[in-house]
Design a protein around this ligand. Structure first.
Ligand SMILES: NC(=O)c1ccc[n+]([C@@H]2O[C@H](COP(=O)([O-])OP(=O)(O)OC[C@H]3O[C@@H](n4cnc5c(N)ncnc54)[C@H](OP(=O)(O)O)[C@@H]3O)[C@@H](O)[C@H]2O)c1
Length: 329
């Protein structure tokens, strides 16, 4: 099986973890680090042992020995570099949010499809054995008919000048950044897209920095979440059925890598702890992409889920601004 050779576009903080994962992943190789500045690329290479450092993202795309790119750039740059990568024939692992809006996301996915390259966004947790184990519990009907998904993701976000999350033009904002994962939890559990949403938010430096959201799905199902840059770290979800519930207090990433678990409770309050395999979720995600590439077939599931995630975040951001319940288009 061919080894998938990756180029990383940008010396982003998150590239540290994903660079390590590319090293660890079965079938992947860390070929090139590209930065706007050669010095930054060289320093990153030293630290993370890429094979080559280059100045300019374009340079990485032109290389015939690169099969896939990882794009951990601010959201405003995702569209440009995904389309350029697709046109250069490179598979794309692009960080979330997919884009600035669903119009951009559709263009990106169309470019990937027409150039025969796979697209995957950087949402890591759905690729883990724990996510598969939780899904199995749901699919086996052990919670009864699903009715609600409730989740929360909050952190204290540093407000430094270089922080793109507080710059509207770069795609800043808490709904884009971490509300994204809570939306994904609902899409994942229900395997459906909400028809309508409502959100309320507070703003800081022109971006939403705390939000509470409601999402209405067909068949009397609902999801809600809150996210914030001004609260203690939380990353939990609850999936609620008519006869049981599932709780994961760290679905985003395990608090303790050695203790990857979740709980179910039946209607009588009997709790079961489910212990799962200890894995590095970044590695799981990279290995998912490698498997997709090696299959030789384009998988539509992950690009569609990414687009749906973006459609919902768009509607929530609109609702937070208008104060109205908004349709997901
Ligand atoms: N999936 C996850 O778990 C996860 C976790 C964290 C972040 N993320 C996502 O990953 C992306 C990057 O986040 P991050 O916090 O790692 O970013 P970051 O540290 O701010 O890095 C972004 C990189 O983009 C490049 N860049 C190019 N143009 C830029 C500009 N105008 N302003 C700032 N940077 C620019 C820079 O690389 P060079 O200077 O080297 O070119 C910079 O190092 C975001 O989309 C974020 O939502 C995902």
């Amino acid at each position: 099986m061919k080894t998938v050779r990756f180029a990383v576009l940008g010396t982003a903080k998150i590239a540290t973890k994903v660079g390590r994962a590319i090293h660890q992943a079965e079938g992947a190789e860390l070929a090139v680090i590209a930065s706007r500045e050669l010095g930054k690329a060289q320093a990153w290479l030293e630290e993370h042992h890429a094979q080559e450092a280059v100045a300019g993202y374009d340079v990485a795309l032109q290389r015939s020995d690169v099969d896939a790119v990882y794009i951990p750039l601010p959201p405003s740059l995702h569209k440009e570099w995904t389309i350029k990568a697709a046109e250069a024939g490179k598979h794309v692992l692009c960080e979330k949010p997919t884009a600035m809006n669903a119009i951009e996301a559709r263009e990106m996915l169309a470019a990937c499809r027409s150039n025969g390259v796979q697209f995957l966004d950087g949402t890591m947790w759905p690729h883990t054995p724990r996510a598969a184990a939780m899904k199995k519990v749901i699919q086996e009907g052990r919670l009864g008919k699903l009715r609600r998904v409730v989740s929360a993701f909050s952190i204290q976000m540093s407000d430094t000048p270089e922080q793109h999350r507080y710059v509207p033009e770069l795609g800043g904002g808490v709904l884009y950044d971490i509300g994204w994962y809570c939306i994904r939890a609902a899409l994942w559990a229900f395997d459906a897209v909400p028809t309508h949403v409502y959100a309320t938010a507070t703003y800081h430096r022109g971006v939403d920095n705390n939000a509470t959201a409601l999402m209405w799905f067909s068949d009397n199902r609902m999801a809600s979440f809150d996210c914030g840059y001004d609260l203690t770290r939380r990353k939990w979800m609850e999936v609620v059925g008519e006869s049981g519930n599932l709780v994961c207090d760290d679905f985003l990433s395990p608090w303790d890598i050695e203790k990857q678990r979740f709980w179910t409770h039946d209607d009588e309050g009997v709790a079961t702890v489910h212990d799962c395999q200890s894995v590095v979720q970044e590695t799981c995600m990279v290995e998912s992409l490698v498997r997709l590439i090696r299959s030789g077939n384009l998988c539509e599931f992950w690009p569609q889920r990414s687009l749906d995630n973006q459609r919902v975040v768009d509607a929530l951001m609109k609702s937070a601004r208008t104060g109205n319940r908004e349709e997901v288009v």
